[in-house]
Design a protein around this ligand. Structure first.
Ligand code: ASP
Ligand code: MG
Length: 415
């Protein structure tokens, strides 16, 4: 049978978490196959397998070598890809499982967070020609040393998007346990709406701002090569959300979504001498330790002293405090105080570029809800406020409503 188009599909860990779900995924693949599509299917490890492997490794050795970590973690996807292929064979669908290296995915040597440097999909193309559905173990490739390397957590998304580009696929479908990208987390906002479309840039902001549906790196690659991506549920037939380039007047929305990120903590270095080179010193020491710093605010100084506040990942807080304790002595600052009870609420939308007053509306909504803003940061298409953690849900709901994102409503334009 002549095949129609080529689709790359990716099924996440929750979509293949148990035998029933693996069978369900196999049936879905079979139905596409019978419609005449050529299929390359990328699969994640079953359920929480990767987390379990990481934990196991750390029980054996608290600082395992990155090379061996990759040897270990890559097995998760090898198991799921072969099991899914066996399920397809039972449905009489010709299929073959390939590891990342067998698929011609070449990476750099940065174990546990390797980058894809090139893809030579010769074997995949041969298998497609033979009529096989190709099931690729996600999240892995071959390093320059000939070792298996993994692509960072959530890396199966990257495998899928990069393969879609390398194979010039017609579509890249990301199947997951939600129905697409929402205007806000439906667990927080009852009337959150599923979006039909979102731009790569908005999706990138949403991904990095805490809406963890897809790995951010995979969206960057999608954007760079204009790979059409659809995020949809593996448990229903609903159409999902298309991630695409910006189209003029797309849904006419100023704000596309509201996100909440509770992963950061705030650090304030108090009584910092206000002279050149001091901020550089503080942030250089943190960056040397691989700690990335976000929202930074320096207060007005009085009597030659100032306070500098910024946020870091909660996971980096302890290390940051240790580093800053030394820096404080060197620069003769007063002390360091921290606050873990904060969150970041953000509004995202390419439309806000063309509408003044969006920030003012956001601040106004927060004020009316008696929510104090601690810090503010903006990008061209997003505005984030750091507020008290306990106010997070209230803020997201209020902003979602104020910007007209609730179900059934037409998106409202700012004045
Ligand atoms: N199994 C890997 C992880 O959990 C890769 C993925 O799921 O995309 O990070
Ligand atoms: Mg995952």
């Amino acid at each position: 049978m002549a095949r129609k188009g080529l689709i790359v599909q990716k099924f996440g860990g929750s979509s293949v978490a148990n035998v029933d779900r693996i069978r369900n995924v196999a049936r879905r693949i079979a139905s596409y196959y019978k419609k005449g599509y050529s299929l390359v299917v990328v699969v994640s490890a079953l359920g929480d397998t990767t987390d379990e492997l990481v934990e196991l490794a750390h029980t054996i050795n608290p600082s395992p070598s990155p090379r061996e970590m990759d040897m270990l973690m890559a097995t998760g996807e090898q198991a799921s890809s072969s099991l899914l292929t066996m399920a397809l064979h039972r449905l009489k669908i010709p299929a073959v499982a390939l590891t990342g290296p067998q698929s011609g995915i070449y990476t750099d040597k940065d174990h546990t967070r390797a980058k894809i440097v090139k893809i030579i999909p010769k074997r995949i193309k041969e298998e497609i020609k033979k009529g096989n559905v190709v099931i690729v173990a996600g999240f892995q490739g071959l390093s320059p040393e000939g070792d298996i390397a993994t692509l960072g957590r959530g890396g199966s998304d990257l495998t899928a998007v990069a393969l879609a580009k390398a194979l010039n696929a017609d579509l890249c479908e990301i199947f997951t346990d939600v129905e697409g990208i929402y205007t806000a987390d439906p667990r927080i906002v009852k009337d959150a709406r599923k979006l039909d479309v979102i731009t790569y840039d908005e999706m990138l902001e949403m991904a990095s701002l805490g809406a963890q549906v897809m790995q951010a790196r995979s969206i960057e690659v999608g954007k760079k090569f204009c790979v059409p991506i659809v995020v949809r549920s593996s448990l229903s037939n609903k159409p999902g959300t298309l991630i695409t380039e910006e189209v003029e007047g797309m849904e006419g929305a100023v704000v596309r979504g509201v996100s909440l990120d509770r992963s950061e903590a705030k650090i304030t270095v108090c009584g910092v001498p206000d002279r050149p080179g001091i901020a550089a010193k503080i942030f250089k020491e943190l960056s040397k330790a691989g700690i990335s710093v976000d929202v930074i605010v320096q207060n007005v100084s009085s009597e030659g002293k100032t306070d500098i506040s910024f946020t870091v990942d909660k996971a980096d807080l302890k290390r940051s405090i240790d580093i800053l304790a030394k820096v404080v002595k060197q620069i003769k600052a007063k002390d360091v105080i921290t606050d873990e009870n904060i969150c970041r609420v953000s509004i995202v939308g390419v439309g806000m570029r063309n509408y003044p007053g969006v920030a003012a509306t956001m601040f106004d909504v927060l004020a009316k809800n008696k929510i104090n803003i601690d810090m503010i940061s903006t990008s061209e298409i997003s505005i984030s406020c750091i507020i008290k953690d306990k106010d997070g849900k209230k803020a997201v709901n209020a902003l979602h409503k104020a910007f007209g994102l609730s179900k059934g409503r037409k998106a409202k334009k700012a004045r």
